[in-house]
Design a protein around this ligand. Structure first.
Ligand code: 13P
Length: 248
């Protein structure tokens, strides 16, 4: 049985004051949650959030990492550094990074491997653009993105979390319908099951893209949807808590 998981992706939002207020409310509302909860925060706030979360069950995550372990890579952040600040999760391959920083499937896979080597869990994002969906390429695109990771990691693939985030649903208010999302999640799970039956059964696949309090429950009720990766709604405590409460 897969434990459901709700992770907030704060993206490039926050301030010392806003983070303290937001996490104060989130912590007060997550003392008895049934699902796993995490927040993935901007690098400069890791120390602050590590401190604020230290006695809570809410896990800390980062939004990206370097593919390099260390060295002359100005501006990059190594997985070892993220580990030192208490991160349990690292998002890799978010569509905003694939688009804005030309991250390839191979690079995303190599980052996922780095995250595992540092004993953290990669949240591997996959998703099609609107043009790809309209061309009937959704399954091909998401399986290609995931295959790059599973081919590199093989049996280690059981230790990842996958997030299906259709690009056209991110920040647009246009959520995939539960049926559309479930269809893609089933395709992703079938791919994972080809890598190993136990891997298909064990890996959590989150849905992301305009998840809100009013659509979370029906999305999370789908058989292959194991929770959500939440952008905008994770910045408002009441919305994030309502989404957490919608998880099984
Ligand atoms: P929104 O929830 O704002 O659509 O963002 C989804 C996302 O990209 C999470 O990683």
């Amino acid at each position: 049985m897969r434990q459901q998981f709700v992770a907030g992706n704060w993206k490039m939002h926050g301030s010392l004051a806003a983070n303290a207020a937001l996490l104060g409310e989130v912590l007060a509302g997550t003392t008895a949650t049934r699902c796993d909860v995490a927040v993935c925060v901007p690098y400069p706030y890791l120390a602050q959030c590590q401190h604020l979360l230290q006695t809570s069950t809410v896990a800390l995550g980062a939004q990206d990492c370097s593919v390099h372990a260390s060295g002359a890579h100005t501006g990059e952040v190594a997985v070892g550094m993220l580990r030192e600040f208490g991160c349990g999760y690292v998002i890799v391959g978010h569509s905003e990074r694939r688009a804005d920083h030309h991250e390839s499937d191979a690079l995303v896979a190599a980052k996922a491997q780095r995250v595992l080597e540092a004993d953290m869990t990669p949240i591997v994002c996959v998703g099609e653009t609107l043009a790809q969906r309209e061309a009937g390429e959704t399954a091909t695109v998401v399986v290609r993105q995931l295959r790059a990771v599973t081919e590199l990691l093989r049996q280690q693939s059981r230790r990842i979390v996958v997030a299906y985030e259709p690009v056209w649903a991110i920040g647009t208010g246009r959520t995939a319908s539960p049926e559309q999302a479930q269809e893609v999640h089933a395709v992703l799970r079938a791919h994972l099951a080809q890598v190993g039956a136990d891997i298909g059964a064990a890996v959590r696949i989150l849905y992301g893209g305009s998840v809100k309090p009013d659509n979370a429950q029906v999305l999370f009720a789908q058989p292959d949807i194991d929770g959500g990766l939440i952008g905008g709604a994770s910045l408002k405590a009441s919305d994030f808590l309502a989404i957490v409460a919608a998880a099984k």
